[in-house]
Design a protein around this ligand. Structure first.
Ligand SMILES: [Zn+2]
Length: 346
């Protein structure tokens, strides 16, 4: 299946290339640098660093899974007309390899945001699969800082006239990320040390947990649509009980019967666990006009959701950190409304 789809993409690219060969616009004719970004995070990075100097085309929308996303014909056309393509990297955009190769042979700059993180030695192995890179590097704000500063340099190479402006934008934003990281660290440290485990159905949160000295446990078997085995359920229930973890985070795609089985198993063991107040953002952010549609907003949403789900107050939002945290995330009731008690019949 995978091989077929790559062949199909290559064929599509060849077709599009020949269709566009007569339409190439010389770079000097464009007033702004034309940049294409793959993921929602990459698009936000280009907006932050490029500002009004860049004309941005964003390929993936809110809620799109970048691991599975295949470039469409119009995506390929957009990339063909761009001067630069910015992507996340570490094989997050698994379906783009062939297209990137063809584009870079045509002289279009293809830039991976992960590159300075990889060069710095901060890339982690994927959970349970040593030797394979975990692509979710952006969940450590210090990694995102490296990515942003690297992007400014890369933009400056393609557009040297504006290199100083890109650098200034990136440097100012890096300070915002410092404030975000300080706030998030204070927030995450408010959870009792013994309970600092993020239990989730995603494999995306390893960098996030590690950034704050937390552990991460994936819920085996719950991460897919398939029902978890009795052994999977017992294993995670035993972990929750042994470590007195009060809350777990799961996606709406996880069958309710499986979630209820975990909660039942924990209760049968004489303990109690509840679901997180909201879903966490993982591989895609929200829409650009939502709070979760920026990197800072997405990150703050996750921290606020985790900390409030543990039943702990958030620290005050830093004065000079934008966008400001919406009141609904700060003032969420500590009496958790989204307990699964009703779901298991008591
Ligand atoms: Zn992922």
């Amino acid at each position: 299946m995978k091989r077929m789809s790559l062949v199909a993409v290559s064929a599509l690219l060849a077709m599009t290339l020949s269709a566009l060969s007569g339409l190439a616009v010389p770079a000097y004719a464009q007033s702004k640098l034309h940049v294409v970004a793959t993921t929602t995070q990459a698009a936000d990075a280009v907006r932050v660093v490029g500002g009004a100097l860049v004309e941005l085309s964003a390929l993936m929308g809110a809620g799109v899974d970048p691991h599975l996303y295949k470039p469409t014909e119009s995506d390929i056309a957009a990339m063909n007309q761009a001067q630069m393509v910015v992507y996340s990297g570490l094989h997050l955009e698994g379906q783009f390899d062939q297209v990137f190769k063809a584009l870079s042979e045509r002289g279009i700059t293809i830039y991976a945001l992960a590159q300075p993180v990889l060069d710095g030695g901060y890339v982690m192995d994927a959970v349970g699969s040593a030797g394979t890179h975990d692509p979710h590097f952006w969940f450590d704000p210090r990694n995102w800082q490296l990515a942003i500063l690297g992007l400014a340099e890369a933009l400056g190479k393609v557009d040297p006239a504006n290199a100083a402006a890109y650098k200034a934008n990136a440097t100012a934003y890096a300070e915002q990320l410092d404030r975000l990281f300080a706030w998030a660290t204070q927030a995450m440290n408010a959870i009792p040390a013994a309970q600092r485990t993020l239990i989730t159905s995603h494999d995306a949160f390893q960098y996030f947990a590690t950034a704050f000295g937390w552990k991460v446990e994936a819920i085996q078997g719950i991460s897919t649509a398939a029902e978890a085995s009795v052994a999977d359920v017992q294993a995670i229930a035993a972990y929750i009980i042994a470590n007195k973890i009060p809350v777990i985070f799961v996606e709406s795609s996880v069958p309710k019967t499986t979630i209820n089985a975990v909660i039942e198993a924990v209760r049968a063991g004489g303990s109690e666990v509840r679901l997180g107040l909201r879903e966490l953002y993982s591989d895609a952010m929200g829409a650009p006009d939502e709070f979760g549609g920026t990197y800072i907003g997405m990150f703050a949403h996750n921290v606020a959701t985790i900390v409030r789900s543990f039943g702990v107050e958030l620290p005050a939002w830093p004065d000079r950190l934008m966008p400001a945290l919406p009141g609904e995330l700060l003032k969420y009731p500590l009496q958790l409304p989204f307990s699964m008690r009703g779901g298991v019949g008591d």
